[in-house]
Design a protein around this ligand. Sequence first.
Ligand code: HEM
Ligand SMILES: [Mg+2]
Length: 323
Amino acid sequence: MMMIVQVIGLTMQLLYCCLRFLLRKGVTLMDLNTSSPLCEKDTLSSSSTHSGFLVSINYKHTIETMRLISLPVTLSIALAAAIEPPEGHPWLAPGPNDYRGPCPMLNTLSNHQFLPHDGRNITKDTLISALSSALNFNESLGALMFDTAIIINPNATFFTLDQLNKHGILEHDASLSRSDAFFGNNHVFNETIFNETKLYWTGEILDANMLANGKVARQLSSKAFNPNYTFTSTVESFSLGEVSAPIIAFGDLEAVTVNRTLVEYFFENERFPTELGWSTRTESVTIDKILRLSQAIGNASNLITTSKAVVSTRRRDLHAGIY
Ligand code: HEM
Ligand SMILES: [Mg+2]
């Protein structure tokens, strides 16, 4: 009996450390200023709410105390992890053999296991279902996005996230958070590049103007310093979708704004900002809504100021499904 209790205690300790590791950024499960009990501290006491659950921990770093850890506490922690929104899709860091690519959203969908966690075998059905459950994209939008994406794996019924890395097909220069292929890795999040972009996010609530300015600045920087810089009108169409994507995922479609904190958290962690209060929007996202947002970003990208808003005449889609 004593053995069983000890095993539960040790399991609990391991679970606790894993949770702290997995949820270490912006997590409210417990006070992150307190270091890991497994490693250094003798005691840790903390309580906080997490998705409506009150988690209390009173922990002593001795086997004796582990025996006293109650099953309800163990269960409540496990439950809190299991129900971490998006419900049923806890975040899991990619492993060394998992593919990831230049798209922070597809990476996020894989990290939350809406898409295969290994980043492989992304079929049309899988993509439609992932975009619908996680972001409430309607089916025709999901299908359109797949049809656009599959050019990276012609004659196949699926693509993998690393196939997106190939420069000059879908991946392009002047990304918001990735380096140009000319300078090195074109698909892993790059803090220096993202800092360049964020310089132009001058408020807590990002609007079309700030998002557009960040992008235009990245284009100028690449154009100035990358001798292979390429930015065709097709790339521009893709980019307008990408720049408006944070609003589509986390923002206000009517106001064309998004909370900056949510966007930074998303880019930096490739994780849904549920810890910060975000949840999947209830109203479905359609191609029309995306076109409207891309147009707003296109208008805001124009460097000429006029008394009237600049009206774009081109039809644009997220990742250029339509021209
Ligand atoms: C089939 C679906 C999708 C495919 C194949 C795809 C592919 C890509 C690719 C290849 C890039 C890299 C472009 C570059 O060089 O910057 C990219 C960037 C991006 N994607 Fe996606 N994407 C998809 C869906 C989405 C969705 C649904 C969102 C969000 C609503 C999204 C948000 C973004 C953002 C914000 C970037 C810009 C990253 C940066 O500039 O650093 N993507 N995507
Ligand atoms: Mg790029």
